[in-house]
Design a protein around this ligand. Structure first.
Ligand SMILES: [Zn+2]
Length: 174
């Protein structure tokens, strides 16, 4: 499993990290800057075959839409399809389903919506890498504000430089 552009600071809480791994099987690598779909590699690593692999890929694509657009309404279709139900077990809330691994991930997503952590799972507006915003105020926008992790391309810094150059250019014109 490829883990670029990443650093420990962007790792999601335990239940959400497998969701983030699935989402980042589609990525835009730093070196080529060409979108790459590495789902096949992830599926081999996880031993997802046939129907399971097709379901996981479909879930990945839909969850990516949810993360990128912030529109969570598609999740209702998945909740119905995988028969996700809330239950009480030994005084705790649990999710039951018939969705195998896809159901486990969907339960993690729904649980994260419930506890408010879901909105901290974000896609970088530049490279689309999905990261977890561990900052205190939850105001992080880009995958890495400063180059830090292996292969980190510091999208936020690049955007800052672009804005600065733009300001310089417009100041020169006026
Ligand atoms: Zn980025």
């Amino acid at each position: 499993m490829v883990t670029r552009p990443d650093s420990a600071g962007q790792v999601a809480p335990a239940g959400l990290e497998p969701v983030r791994t699935l989402l980042n099987s589609w990525l835009i690598p730093n070196d080529s800057r060409q979108p790459a779909d590495e789902f096949g590699q992830l599926a081999r690593d996880q031993r997802w075959r046939g129907q399971t692999a097709r379901l996981m890929r479909e879930l990945r694509d839909d969850l990516r839409q949810v993360v990128e657009t912030g529109d969570t309404s598609d999740l209702n279709d998945w909740i119905a399809r995988l028969d996700l139900r809330l239950a009480v077990d030994d005084g705790k809330l649990v999710y039951r389903h018939h969705g195998g691994m896809a159901g486990d991930l969907l339960a993690a997503v729904v649980g994260a919506i419930g506890d408010g952590s879901w909105r901290r799972l974000k896609a970088c507006p530049d490279c689309h890498w999905v990261f977890y915003d561990n900052t205190r105020n939850g105001g992080k926008r880009w995958c890495l504000m400063y180059a830090g992790g292996p292969g980190g391309r510091a999208c936020g810094t690049i955007a800052k430089v672009r804005r600065y150059r733009h300001r310089q250019a417009t100041a020169a014109e006026s």
